[in-house]
Design a protein around this ligand. Structure first.
Ligand code: T3D
Length: 263
């Protein structure tokens, strides 16, 4: 039997999904997209999972679209790039952004093209010092996808977004942290431990509150101040009716750790 294209492992309430095509730097094929989609759906449906970590096998995180797949231009077949983006990258980016639990990218090596933007679409990005981010699209005559056009200017501002996307230069993880594109860059030897520590902390918090935090921060982007404040009031009201809020307050007053169970 062939190896799974996405490895699935559980450590307590943290589920790790590992892209597993190391010989092609974990670049996306249609088959790997399908396995990743099913793995994300399964994690979303499993109430014992309270945080998802996305990472890559071998020396890369993900080199974006597998350019040797049929229809990518090299085989003389009619290209279906628009269909590939609609069928695979758009649903993947949306699924990550709508997960009921936080998603952490553990960027173990190079993240290029859509591989970079799928990492940046995760809630928290922790990268090894040897890792890098490449908006590789311009080098093959494409534009950023996988959410890059929305994410990049918000993360690093328009000037850097345009520079990174047009020049397609390799951005070392340390620089990515310095300009605010990712949460942390850590020594290679500490990557697993640092990611597990963050994922473990997130898994102990209220999943609905964390998922709602992601959503209202994203939704507030085009809003004016008044509307954002109104949204906060509405969502805060919804959160306060959940059992996690009562538990959080009781734990604080009882000077004990909270046991959040909502999902
Ligand atoms: O449908 C659509 O196309 C729309 C969707 C587009 C989304 C996108 O992601 S477009 C962007 C696609 N990705 C790229 O353009 C990146 C291509 N890869 C690279 O530029 C380099 O591989 C890296 C900078 C990422 C790493 O360089 P390096 O020197 O460390 O490794 P390498 O030698 O280039 O690659 C190692 C192997 O992986 C090599 O195979 P080999 O020779 O050992 O058999 C290489 O061909 C393979 N590989 C790397 N990236 C891809 C790939 N194979 C297929 N597709 C790839 N994207």
């Amino acid at each position: 039997m062939s190896e799974p294209l996405v490895l699935i492992t559980d450590q307590d309430a943290v589920r790790t999904l590992t892209l597993n095509r190391p010989q092609a730097l974990n670049s996306f094929t249609a088959a790997m997209h399908l396995e990743l989609r099913l793995a994300l759906e399964a994690a979303a449906a499993d109430s014992s999972v309270r945080c998802v970590v996305l990472t890559g096998a071998g020396r890369a995180f993900c080199a974006g679209q597998d350019l040797s797949e049929p229809g990518m231009g090299a085989d003389g077949q009619p290209s279906d790039v628009e269909g590939v983006v609609e069928r695979h990258y758009k649903p993947l980016a949306l699924r990550i952004r709508s997960m009921p639990v936080p998603v952490v990218a553990r960027v173990n090596g190079v993240a290029a093209g859509a591989g970079a933007n799928i990492a940046l679409g995760c809630d928290i990005v922790i990268a090894a010092r040897s890792a890098s981010f490449i908006q590789a699209f311009s080098k093959i005559g494409l534009v950023p996808d996988g959410g890059g056009t929305w994410l990049l200017p918000r993360l690093v501002g328009r000037a850097r977004a345009i520079g990174l996307a047009m020049l397609g230069d390799k951005l070392p993880a340390e620089e990515a942290e310095r300009i605010g594109m990712i949460w942390r860059c850590v020594d290679d030897a500490s990557l697993s431990e640092a990611t597990a520590a963050v994922a473990g902390r997130l898994a102990l918090l209220s999943s609905p509150a964390l998922a709602a935090t992601r959503k209202i921060i994203d939704d507030a982007m085009p809003m004016d101040y008044d509307d954002a404040l109104g949204q906060e009031a509405r969502v805060q009201g919804a959160m306060s009716r959940g059992a996690d809020f009562a538990e959080g307050v009781a734990a604080f007053l009882g000077k004990r750790p909270a046991q959040f169970l909502d999902r």
